[in-house]
Design a binder for this molecule. Structure first.
Ligand SMILES: [Zn+2]
Length: 255
């Protein structure tokens, strides 16, 4: 950061195999124009991690290899124009041994009708202990009950980023009623979240744990950034949400 301010997109997917829609690093860069986005937190696409359309999906060596390659791809795409902060997309082999010094977080993702994380596996708690030790944030997209379980029991105190202001974790309001947003270790991103929810969040919980995200390729980084810029926030709030909060979180992770 060195005093100067740069915009960080805290939520984008990037990979090589999934072309619908196209989502490699050149595709991302082609959206940026004069947006001022200089850094991005990136996760592999879901389709490179597990078969989301098969609820009975069983892990195989081939899938483990595919995951490893997909996570590895993100390690080699930073450039002078765009700094990429890779998050390791974790699945049921809980391969935290693949974490490198470049990794700044963990992606944990599942929708209700998709194959489940094996929360009973001892490797799961071992992975969480390692994540906790590294001070790493986990970007957690899970159904409501599992989100509560993760935050309140399994990974108590671990920094968790809830994407889309909870849109796919049971909803912003449901999480608000459980006092989740007020917890000091819980962060949020604005990707595809309704402007009204973002404003409500800032008025209740302040502007220090909420970060601009695009959900590229499903969201357009420039459009999503403009959404945040047009909320009528103060300059200080905007600066925090579009870069300073993410920079702080990243600087505290895996050091
Ligand atoms: Zn996403």
């Amino acid at each position: 950061m060195s005093g100067s301010f740069s915009i960080i997109d805290a939520h984008a997917h990037c990979g090589r195999e999934d072309r619908f829609p196209p989502q490699d690093i050149r595709d991302y860069a082609s959206y940026l124009g004069r947006s001022g986005i200089r850094a991005v937190i990136m996760f592999p696409p879901v389709s490179e991690i597990y078969d989301r359309y098969d609820p009975g999906f069983k892990d195989t060596d081939q899938w483990r290899e595919r995951r490893r390659e997909s996570n590895e791809y993100l390690l080699g795409i930073s450039s002078p124009e765009l700094t990429v902060y890779p998050f390791l997309f974790i699945w049921n082999d809980y391969a935290v041994d693949q974490l490198t010094p470049a990794h700044k977080g963990i992606k944990w993702h599942r929708h209700p009708d998709e194959p489940r994380y094996d929360y009973e596996n001892p490797l799961c708690s071992a992975a969480i202990a390692d994540i906790r030790r590294r001070g790493m944030p986990v970007c957690l997209e899970e159904e409501f009950e599992n989100t509560l379980y993760f935050i309140n029991e399994l990974a108590r105190g671990v920094k968790v980023i809830i994407p889309h202001l909870g849109l796919l974790n049971g909803g912003y309001e449901s999480l608000r009623r459980r006092d989740i947003w007020a917890m000091p270790n819980i962060y949020a991103d604005t990707a595809l979240a309704p402007p009204g929810d973002i404003k409500d969040y800032v008025s209740r919980y302040g502007h220090e744990r909420i970060m601009f995200g695009s959900d590229f390729p499903f969201g357009d980084p420039v459009h999503e950034l403009n959404k945040v810029m047009r909320l009528g926030l103060t300059d200080a709030q905007r600066a925090a949400i579009t870069g300073l909060n993410a920079a702080r979180l990243l600087s505290e992770s895996n050091v």
